[in-house]
Design a protein around this ligand. Structure first.
Ligand SMILES: NC(=O)c1ccc[n+]([C@@H]2O[C@H](COP(=O)([O-])OP(=O)(O)OC[C@H]3O[C@@H](n4cnc5c(N)ncnc54)[C@H](OP(=O)(O)O)[C@@H]3O)[C@@H](O)[C@H]2O)c1
Length: 263
């Protein structure tokens, strides 16, 4: 199976490098295109013999899957460039572009007849660079087999959730912007740790490992956060005092307001 990634920037290069480490593709099965040699340098790594190209039309011809990893405002011109070279019956198109809807994509890919390719919208987060993305996938005119294939491919790069398109914006807020929100908690806790007497590097190590422990508990125990919180909160103890003080300062409300504001 061959895959072509158009746009070798942050996300395109992370996908290529991650897939080459996984079990479904070897680097020569992956073609990366971009407009500049400088961008292609993102995937010139020792032991990674990707096919590199600056010719999108040639690059899509042999691909089973074509990933559009350019900025949203470039998607239309890229589709116009490649659509005559794509076999809509055989090739699968995956758009990574945030905010470009199936309605937009169907319009861009439309030819004279009614036929369209199977199209997927995929929204990863930046943790895709370390194969730990929370990725949302939505399908349009795709078979169950094609959906299963695209899910399998992105599962090589972290976790995936197949959702209806109407949930893509919410997923983007919760998982893509969510990386920044989670990091903001971590930054705040580090600052608190320094005020409590630790050096910044010590505080960072403590907070990162504590957050990792919290995540491991949820994953390992398959439990609800509140159940794990109950185990820490001795009646009349220091943890519940800290939690209540955070709530007085609007912790939960702030998180929910931030999530809603970023959809
Ligand atoms: N970053 C995130 O957290 C994130 C998360 C989810 C989804 N996304 C989506 O992922 C997409 C890519 O984002 P990114 O951060 O990876 O952008 P990026 O770093 O700018 O990468 C896009 C690359 O595509 C190149 N390009 C432009 N026109 C092209 C063409 N006609 N043919 C081939 N390559 C072309 C760009 O070159 P130039 O710079 O020269 O234009 C650039 O190197 C966006 O649509 C974004 O919405 C990003």
């Amino acid at each position: 199976m061959k895959i072509t990634i158009i746009g070798t920037g942050n996300i395109g290069s992370a996908i290529a490098l991650g897939l080459a480490k996984g079990s479904m593709f070897v680097a020569p099965d992956i073609t990366c295109t971009d407009m500049s040699e400088q961008a292609l340098d993102n995937v010139r790594k020792p032991g990674c013999d990707f096919v590199l190209s600056m010719n999108n039309i040639e690059a899509v011809k042999d691909a089973d899957i074509i990933i559009l990893a350019v900025k949203p405002w470039k998607v239309e011109s890229v589709v116009n460039e490649i659509k005559t070279a794509i076999d809509y019956e055989k090739q699968i198109v995956v758009s990574i572009a945030a905010g470009v809807t199936f309605k937009d994509l169907a319009l861009y890919f439309a030819k004279d007849d009614d036929i369209l390719p199977a199209i997927f919208r995929v929204i990863p987060n930046t943790a895709i660079a370390v194969c730990s993305s929370m990725t949302f996938i939505s399908a349009y005119r795709a078979s169950d087999e094609q959906s299963a294939l695209v899910s399998r491919i992105f599962r090589e790069l972290g976790n995936v959730m197949l959702v209806e398109e109407r949930l893509m914006a919410a997923g983007t807020s919760l998982a893509s912007s969510g990386i920044a929100f989670a990091l903001r908690y971590i930054r705040a806790a580090i600052e608190g740790g320094v005020e409590l007497g630790f050096y910044p590097q010590e505080a960072q190590s403590i907070v990162v490992n504590t957050v990792k422990g919290a995540i491991d508990l949820l994953i390992e125990n398959k439990s609800n956060p509140e159940a794990e919180i109950d185990k820490v909160t001795t009646p009349g103890g220091i943890t519940i005092r800290g939690l209540n003080e955070m709530e007085v300062s609007g912790f939960t409300a702030s998180v929910i307001r931030g999530l809603k504001a970023s959809t």
